[in-house]
Design a protein around this ligand. Structure first.
Ligand code: MGD
Ligand code: MGD
Ligand code: MO
Length: 779
């Protein structure tokens, strides 16, 4: 073990006492603990608000406390009494703010009034809402081509905001919707749509109680979906199998202590959250899944030869899927050597995983960013589908596919039409109900938007939430992309680094968050969201907004739309006066939302059924289709191979326990035992020795790509860690400058945040401006 003071292994289980201590601290830090405590008790409750944390679903009818440690952090971070007001901006120039850390910027509090940075100004200054809208409206109207504007969305936007936003953008004449989901579960949507005819997960929360096995690929629920730990530990307790594939031993996948269980808390007991754990190579899951399928095929042939019960579900396959033969040929053609080499797992391990799979009547497969942020993610998710098809694990209770979503409404935003490649039926419905002709050609995703911005083809950038320049790859280029615009507009709750690399003119428009009471002409409004299980429910803010100058996202979008388009194709301000009217429009245009307003009334809202569960396959063939991707010839892309250097390690970027994407709550990655610092590189001690570095050395990290750009981040401390040989891990967004813009997944365009070829160099500088360390002193 390393002797660095940064690292001390954490002995406890996930959640439990550690979580309680951390929640209390988050309350106190908000500067309004009592108010927030009352609000917290309304999290994920009927009549309360939807947690602004992750997209895991809950049962609000259950009537118990429904938030987790990291949900509490999200709420307390949003519901703070600290304000970033006109005085704040008068005190700090943009230049000075840029020298601060991401943590410091957000910690200053909520944005409370609209601000503008005019060409040549050093400081943001106040601007009236009406002037801000007029300025944006003018700029949008003057565009020589509506496609010279990019409209980014982050997945917290409500259904109502998202629907209005896409309507405005399409009425302007563009499908340019770079979206956080392009960097997230895009590959899941592409693969599930292609093979099953529907891009969403097929399970609901109830299914977890019926599954005989739950497989989890590339996911860290202990930090990112803590409410998932309870169903996992319950599954293990009732004798179901929970099988994890993760190169790291994540604490949440090992043991869970339920904070609401007196038995566990007082006795300091905990339950296991897995029954088997496999540690693949980064990007090795495609090969691992192929190996499991090949085992099943071997056993199926043996069963056929010996007159034993079949391993495959032939009735299901015959009724629902296209011919199996090409896939079986692919299994035959994929050699075991390659499978083991690429997966990083032994034949015995693959056999064990396959045995558990084959012995389980009902199987759910879950996955997240460890699967979606690779070069061949679409193929990997295709292979998950293949496996599930072989044994008919779709459309039965306790079985199905479960892409575990990120942002709390990222799935709903897609349903509402935030999509650069909208379906024809959706466009036709808009045309029919709203009497305008939406643009038909695809628009930009996050990567192609950045490319267009860098090429000088974009004049206006509008961000509906998020932190575009920090969340995207190739940070230096991403910031330059914003600078290249004539106008940048950020609709935000908190100050972040994307506000600090402005276009020629820049606006910050402060909006209400999920916890804030949203008052419009007809009274307090609810918004709606869709969780990972396709449940649609209402969310009511609970706390009076910090300033009367903040506006809701729908109201801001309506203001911009009115200024740019007038009362066309809808009367924007009338719609915003009462969100029921927006929902009536949604009900008219989007299938599944009939009687939207009425169906929101029962606790828990309503479910958008997935046709997959009725064995209706909306694919071109009308059948479920196997994915037929050979394993990649090499995991290293040609651009790394052609860079002239050999990678020393493959780096994955991940989230600490104390962050929400680019929002850094603090410096404690409790379960991984790291505190006080984020500028760290997890490395295997044998690799560190092989590369000639002493324990705890500070290094620069350089990434490899065959272009002329030098990508380097300085001053990372090496931490000896239980990580497979050849791999390294570090936190996002600190390492985003290393991720080349051109390094994205085939067909998904998702940056390969879990696969970056790197070399370590002697340290040249300390504390780069993007780092968090040191900033604490400034509080
Ligand atoms: N508190 C909190 N909650 C969050 C978020 C947050 O930042 N903080 N973010 C939200 C968002 S937007 C999202 S998308 C989700 C993200 O949720 P996760 O996907 O859990 O997030 P990551 O930290 O990226 O973790 C990726 C996991 O995949 C593993 N992994 C990496 N590469 C591979 C691989 O090749 N194969 C396998 N099998 N495993 C691999 C890593 O070791 C790590 O455990 O969480 C959401 N919820
Ligand atoms: N290297 C690397 N890069 C990654 C990832 C990775 O794993 N590794 N993960 C990717 C993934 S999965 C995702 S989803 C993206 C996330 O990308 P984004 O969604 O763009 O990033 P966030 O950090 O969630 O955005 C935080 C900002 O959102 C604003 N905000 C918060 N709440 C609200 C709200 O209610 N309304 C509005 N209007 N604004 C709000 C605040 O101003 C805050 O500063 O990052 C991606 N980038
Ligand atoms: Mo995400």
């Amino acid at each position: 073990m390393s002797k660095t003071p940064l690292y001390k292994p954490y002995p406890g289980p996930a959640a439990g006492w550690g979580a309680l201590r951390s929640v209390t601290q988050a309350w106190m830090n908000s500067r309004q603990p009592l108010k927030n405590l009352r609000a917290m008790l309304r999290t994920n409750q009927h009549g309360g608000f939807d947690c602004p944390g992750c997209a895991w679903g809950d049962d609000p009818a259950a009537g118990r406390i429904n938030f987790c440690e990291n949900g509490a952090k999200a709420v307390n971070w949003e519901a703070t009494r600290r304000a970033v007001d006109a005085d704040f901006f008068a005190r700090y120039s943009v230049e000075q703010l840029r020298a601060q850390s991401d943590y410091w910027l957000e910690y200053q509090g909520r944005l409370t009034r609209p601000m503008i940075l005019r060409p040549g100004d050093s400081h943001y200054r106040p601007i009236e809402w009406s002037q801000a809208f007029a300025l944006i409206g003018n700029q949008l109207r003057q565009l020589p081509d509506p496609r010279r504007a990019e409209f980014y969305t982050s997945g917290r936007a409500s259904n109502e905001a998202a629907f209005l936003y896409q309507l405005m953008v399409r009425a302007l004449g563009s499908n340019n919707f770079p979206d956080c989901s392009n960097m997230c579960h895009e590959a899941s949507g592409v693969a599930l749509n292609r093979h099953l005819g529907n891009g969403k997960g097929s399970v609901t929360l109830d299914d977890f109680a019926y599954a005989d096995a739950i497989f989890l690929f590339g996911q860290n629920p202990g930090s990112n979906h803590p409410r998932m730990l309870e169903p996992l530990s319950q599954a293990v307790r009732r004798g179901a199998q929970v099988v994890c594939f993760n190169p790291l031993r994540e604490r949440g996948l090992e043991r869970f202590q339920h904070p609401q269980s007196p038995r566990q808390m007082l006795g300091n007991n905990s339950d296991p959250t897995h029954s088997a754990y496999f540690r693949p190579h980064l990007g090795g899951d495609l090969a691992a899944l192929r190996g499991m399928a090949k085992m099943l095929w071997q056993w199926e042939q043996e069963a056929q030869a010996n007159g034993k019960p079949a391993v495959f579900d032939h009735a299901f396959l015959q009724a629902n899927s296209l011919d199996l033969t090409p896939y079986l040929a692919l299994l035959d053609a994929t050699p075991w050597d390659t499978i083991c080499e690429q997966s990083g797992l032994t034949l015995a391990e693959l056999e064990r995983a396959a045995r558990i799979y084959a012995a389980s009547e009902r199987v759910i497969i879950c996955w997240a960013m460890g699967i979606t942020q690779h070069h061949h993610s679409v193929a990997t998710i295709g292979e998950i589908v293949n496996l599930q098809l072989l044994r008919g694990n779709l459309g039965r209770p306790g079985a199905g596919v479960c892409p575990v979503r990120g942002h709390s409404n990222v799935q709903g935003d897609r349903t509402m039409g935030i999509n650069e490649r909208p379906g024809q039926a959706f466009l036709d419905a808009l045309e029919q109900h709203l009497d305008f002709h939406p643009p038909q050609e695809p628009g930009h995703n996050t990567v192609t938007a950045l490319q267009a911005m860098l090429a000088g083809e974009v004049d206006v950038f509008i961000g509906l939430g998020g932190n575009f320049a920090q969340a995207t790859p190739d940070s230096q280029q991403a910031h330059q992309a914003l600078r290249n615009c004539q106008l940048t507009v950020q609709i935000s709750t908190k100050l972040n680094r994307s506000h600090l690399t402005p276009g020629q003119t820049a606006l910050i428009l402060p909006c209400l968050g999920r916890t804030d009471i949203d008052h419009q002409a007809s009274g307090a409004q609810a918004v709606t969201v869709e969780d990972s299980f396709s449940m649609i429910h209402a969310s009511y803010g609970q706390l009076p907004p910090l300033s009367t100058e903040m506006r809701s996202e729908p109201a801001i979008i309506a203001g911009i739309a009115q200024a740019a388009l007038g009362n066309w194709p809808v009367n924007w301000s009338e719609l915003v006066a009462d969100y029921d009217r927006i929902r009536d429009l949604i009900a008219a245009c989007i299938p599944g939302f009939t009687d939207f307003n009425q169906r929101l009334q029962p606790p828990g809202g309503f479910h958008l059924p997935n046709p997959v569960n009725r064995h209706q396959w909306q694919t071109p063939s009308g059948r479920a289709e196997f994915s037929l991707h050979p394993l990649p010839a090499s995991h290293l892309p040609a651009s790394v191979l052609n860079s002239g250097q050999q990678p020393e390690l493959i780096l994955q970027s991940l989230r600490s326990h104390d962050q929400y994407n680019t929002t850094i709550y603090g410096l404690h990655d409790r379960y991984r035992g790291v505190s006080g610092h984020r500028q760290v590189l997890f490395i295997n001690a044998l690799d560190r020795e092989r590369l000639g570095w002493p324990p705890g050395a500070r290094v620069d990290i350089e990434s490899l790509w065959d272009d002329a750009i030098e990508r380097r981040v300085p001053g990372f401390s090496l931490i000896d860690f239980d990580i497979p040989l050849g791999q390294a891990a570090a936190y996002y967004p600190e390492i985003n400058p290393l991720l080349p813009l051109a390094s994205y997944g085939a067909e998904s365009f998702t940056p390969t945040a879990k696969f970056i070829a790197i070399r370590l160099r002697p340290n040249t500088a300390s504390n780069p401006p993007l780092s968090v360390s040191g900033a604490i002193i400034n509080l």
